[in-house]
Design a protein around this ligand. Structure first.
Ligand SMILES: [Zn+2]
Length: 251
């Protein structure tokens, strides 16, 4: 896996973009700073999304968003879906936590505050995807589902898929109960009598098992709890936590 220390992301005041995706003309990145971009309790939703998306070069009213449910359903976005959920939750795509498209200039987003966002691009067929993977979605193997869809529907060779891990709560901070040992037996670490979950390890294992190459996975290495000054953390802030946006657009 390629790590942050090797400069894998372009860092600006309001966002991070993955260099590996940019190389293929694809915008793939996430918001930075305490700008709430989620649907929940957000009177400034339109203003905040406009400000962030303009900065990264995406037309705000064309964004496609999901009604995320911590599941493993993936939505295949077409041109006619443009703008669904851009500013209005009622028009967002229901019951999905991942979104894929082969259409150019069609921006796709997921929102998170501790959950992991995973970006994917098949550089040969130019199909892009972004998913929201917390522990539930990870247990349902949502990352693996996306690679399988890319293989089956778009005849992708997994060796052509590049991936990026956005910010999430990392195993430095993600304390969990004993039941998690049953769900993720080899992705739990015990320290001073406490258990910690490693979402990165879980999702890396899924991608590698599907044939994605380790060298094609980039990790932002950002822990939302450690870096709560710039990222939202549901575990640290509770119900009132805002949401950051992870967005991808193939060009
Ligand atoms: Zn941490």
């Amino acid at each position: 896996m390629t790590a942050l220390s090797e400069r894998i992301i372009e860092s600006r005041q309001g966002y991070f973009l993955f260099d590996s995706f940019k190389k293929y003309g694809c915008i793939a990145g996430f918001s930075r700073g305490r700008l709430n971009l989620g649907f929940q309790n957000n009177p400034d939703l339109k203003k905040n999304r406009e400000s962030f998306l303009r900065e990264v070069g995406i037309k705000p009213d064309e964004l496609i968003c999901l009604k995320q449910v911590h599941g493993n359903k993936i939505f295949l976005a077409k041109k006619e879906d443009k703008g669904k959920g851009a500013f209005d939750y009622t028009t967002a795509i229901a019951d999905c936590d991942g979104i894929i498209t082969r259409e150019k200039e069609l921006p796709l987003a997921v929102f998170s505050a501790d959950c992991l966002s995973v970006f994917m691009l098949d550089v040969r067929s130019n199909v892009g995807a972004v998913i929201h993977a917390g522990w539930r979605g990870s247990r349902e193997r949502i990352a693996l589902s996306v690679v399988n869809i890319l293989k089956e529907k778009f005849l992708s060779n997994p060796e052509d898929i590049i991936c990026g891990f956005g910010p999430c709560i990392r195993n430095c901070c993600y304390g969990v109960g004993e039941d998690f040992q049953d769900y993720f037996p080899d992705c739990i670490e015990e320290r001073q009598g406490k258990l910690f979950l490693d979402l990165i390890k879980i999702n890396s294992q899924q991608l590698l098992s599907a044939g994605v190459l380790g060298k094609n996975i980039s990790d932002s290495q950002i822990c939302t709890s450690c870096r709560n000054d710039e990222f939202f953390s549901y575990r640290k802030e509770g119900q009132s936590a805002g949401r950051m946006m992870s967005v991808i657009m193939v060009k």
